[in-house]
Design a protein around this ligand. Structure first.
Ligand code: FAD
Ligand code: SIN
Length: 493
C-alpha cells in the first residue's frame, strides 16, 4: 500500500491532523480497533483554553507551569496557550456543540458565550465541556467529518507493528491487517497518534487500546523519548475492580464535590493539582476507604450536569445524588513520550507525532487538567510543508515473519501482559522507591526474555501489544529510576 500521509491512530490528534492533511494529499488512517475506540472517546471534564473576559493567557500559562512543577518547556506552553482559543474555534467549526450560557431570558443562541467549568490547579473557570462526555462528542464529530472526506481512507482493526526505517528516515509502517495478513504501508509522512500507555499499569482509566504502542515502536526505530517517568495518576476513579476503571471527573470537584476519609473528615483541598490530590488519597487509603460526595448539590443539577457518570454509577448501585462513592487513584495519563518540536517533528525524518504519545514539553512533570485535549488539537493543527513524494519505496520489504494466531500464543501473551501490569503497579506506582524500581526493572527484563523466546519466529497482534507493554514499562521504570528526587507526579521515597 502507498499513501501520502499514514496516520496511526484515530483519536483527536490523528483525526484532526488527517482532516488538515487531506487538503494536501491522500491520507490513510489506521486504527487497531473500531475508529472511535480511543482515549479521546472517554474524556469527561473538557478542554481548557482562555475563553472568558476574567481570564488571560498569562494566568493559563502560570497554572500550567505550577502544575508541571516548572519542568515544562516555557516556549511550548506559551505556544499551546496562545493557540487555545483558535483550537476551540476549530472544534466548534467542525460541529462540536460545547455547553453555552443562557441569556437573561433563559435562552441560548449562536452568540451565547460558552459555559466554563473548573478542575484542579486552574485559578479560573476555563474548561469548555459537553456534559460529562466531552470526548465522546468530539470523537463523534471528527469521525463524521473524516467519513465525509473523499481523500481519507480509514482502515479499522489494523494494527501497526513497527515503523519502516532506512537510515534516519521513516517510510511508513508494517501492519497486521483486519484479515490477519502482514503488510507494508509506505508513506511520504508517517504520523504517530497512538495515544497513551495507561494499560501498562494494572489499574487505569484508559481503555484497552492504550498499550504504549507508539512509544515502543518509536523507541525500536531510534526516536528520542523524554520524561516517561511522569505518569499521572487520577485521584478519583471508582474503587471497584473493572477492566477500565470508571473515572469520576475532576469537574465534579470543580462543581463542589468533596473528598472524605473513613472518619467522615475532609483531608485535602479538592482543587489542588492532580498529583497532590492523588498523593493525599494514597496516604489516606492506608487508614481506610476514601469517598467522593456531591450530594449537597441538587439532584436535578447533578443528573443534568453529569448524566453519564450518574448512569454508570447506577450500574454499580451508587446514586450520585445521595451516596458517598468510594474512590481510588489509578494510572491516567502519560506526560512524557516521543520528543517533538512545535511542528510535531521527531528526530527521525518523515516521522511526526501528535497527542498523548508525545513529549512536547507542555505538561512538565505533571499535566494540568484538560490541557491534554488542548495540546492534541493545537499541535495537530499543523499542515506539513515540503513533503516530497517518495521514490520507489516498495523496492524494499519487511515481511519475513509469519503470523501465528494460535490460542496457545494468545494465552501466553495474556499471561505475560498481566504480570507486566502487576510489576508496574507494584514497583512504579504513585509512590516509588529506588529499591523497588530496581526490583521492577529486573522482573521486567526477565519478562522480556520470556517474550523473546515466544516471538522468535511468530508474530501476532496480542504478542506485539504485550511486547509494547513490556518495553514501554521498562522504559518508564528506567526513567523513574534515573530521577532520584520527587518532581511533579513522580514521588520517590
Ligand atoms: P487516543 O485518543 O488515545 O487515540 C489513540 C489511537 O491510536 C486509537 O485510535 C488507537 O486504536 C490507536 N492505536 C494505538 N496503537 C496502535 C497501533 N499499534 N496500531 C494502530 N492503531 C493504534 N484530557 C483532557 O484534556 N480533558 C479531559 O476531560 C480528559 N478526560 C479523560 C478521561 C479519561 C477516562 C481518559 C482515559 C483520558 C482523559 N483525558 C482528558 C486525556 C485525553 O482523553 C487523551 O490524552 C487524549 O484524548 C489522547 O488523544 P490522542 O489522539 O493522543 O490518543
Ligand atoms: C477528568 O475529567 O477528571 C479528566 C480530565 C483530564 O484528564 O484532563
Amino acid at each position: 500500500m502507498q499513501t501520502n500521509f499514514l496516520v496511526i491512530g484515530s483519536g483527536i490528534s490523528g483525526l484532526n491532523f488527517a482532516l488538515h492533511a487531506a487538503n494536501k494529499g491522500h491520507v490513510t488512517v489506521i486504527t487497531k480497533k473500531k475508529i472511535a475506540e480511543t482515549n479521546t472517546n472517554y474524556a469527561q471534564g473538557g478542554i481548557a483554553a482562555v475563553l472568558s473576559k476574567n481570564d488571560n493567557p498569562e494566568k493559563h500559562i502560570k497554572d500550567t507551569l505550577e502544575a508541571g512543577d516548572y519542568h515544562n518547556n516555557k516556549k511550548a506552553v506559551r505556544f499551546m496557550v496562545e493557540k487555545g482559543p483558535e483550537a476551540i474555534t476549530r472544534l466548534v467549526a467542525l460541529g462540536v456543540e460545547f455547553e453555552k450560557e443562557q441569556d437573561s431570558s433563559g435562552k441560548k443562541n449562536l452568540k451565547s458565550p460558552l459555559s466554563l467549568t473548573r478542575e484542579g490547579g486552574h485559578g479560573n473557570r476555563r474548561i469548555a465541556f459537553v456534559g460529562d462526555h466531552t470526548g465522546l462528542e468530539i470523537e463523534q464529530i471528527l469521525v463524521k467529518r473524516i467519513k465525509e472526506h473523499p481523500n481519507i481512507e480509514v482502515l479499522e482493526n489494523t494494527f501497526a507493528v513497527d515503523l519502516i526505517k532506512r537510515g534516519n528516515k521513516i517510510y511508513g509502517a508494517k501492519i497486521i491487517t483486519r484479515k490477519n495478513r502482514i503488510d507494508n504501508v509506505f508513506a511520504d509522512a508517517t504520523i504517530l497518534a497512538t495515544g497513551g500507555a495507561g494499560q501498562v499499569f494494572k489499574y487505569t482509566t484508559n481503555p484497552s487500546i492504550a498499550t504504549g504502542d507508539g512509544v515502543a515502536m518509536a523507541a525500536r526505530a531510534g526516536a528520542k523519548l523524554k520524561d516517561l517517568e511522569f505518569i499521572q495518576f487520577h485521584p478519583t476513579a471508582l474503587a471497584k475492580p473493572t477492566p477500565r476503571r470508571l473515572l469520576l471527573s475532576e469537574a465534579l470537584r470543580g462543581e463542589g464535590a468533596r473528598l472524605y476519609n473513613s472518619k467522615g473528615k475532609r483531608f485535602t483541598k479538592e482543587l489542588e493539582t492532580r498529583n497532590k490530590v492523588a498523593k493525599a488519597l494514597y496516604e489516606e487509603l492506608k487508614e481506610g476507604p476514601v469517598f467522593l460526595s456531591i450530594s449537597h448539590r441538587s439532584a436535578q443539577f447533578i443528573r443534568k450536569r453529569f448524566p453519564s457518570i450518574y448512569k454508570a454509577l447506577r450500574k454499580h448501585k451508587f446514586d450520585l445524588t445521595k451516596d458517598q462513592v468510594p474512590v481510588t487513584p489509578v494510572a491516567h495519563y502519560t506526560c512524557g513520550g516521543v520528543r517533538t518540536d512545535l511542528k510535531g517533528r521527531t528526530n527521525l525524518k518523515n516521522l511526526y507525532a501528535f497527542g498523548e504519545v508525545t513529549y512536547t514539553g507542555v505538561h512538565g512533570a505533571n499535566r494540568l487538567a484538560s490541557n491534554s485535549l488542548l495540546e492534541a488539537v493545537v499541535f495537530s493543527n499543523q499542515i506539513l510543508e515540503n513533503i516530497k513524494p517518495l521514490r520507489k519505496t516498495h523496492a524494499f520489504t519487511f515481511l519475513h515473519e509469519k503470523l501465528n494466531t494460535s490460542p496457545e500464543l494468545k494465552k501466553s501473551a495474556a499471561q505475560i501482559r498481566k504480570q507486566a501490569q502487576n510489576i508496574m503497579w507494584k514497583h512504579c506506582g504513585i509512590v516509588r522507591t529506588q529499591d523497588s524500581l530496581h526490583q521492577g526493572i529486573t522482573e521486567m527484563q526477565n519478562l522480556r526474555k520470556e517474550l523473546t523466546k515466544l516471538n522468535r519466529t511468530n508474530i501476532s497482534r496480542d504478542l506485539y501489544e504485550t511486547k509494547n507493554i513490556v518495553e514501554t514499562g521498562l522504559l518508564i521504570l528506567k526513567a523513574a529510576k534515573k530521577r532520584r528526587k520527587s518532581l511533579g507526579c513522580h514521588f520517590i521515597e
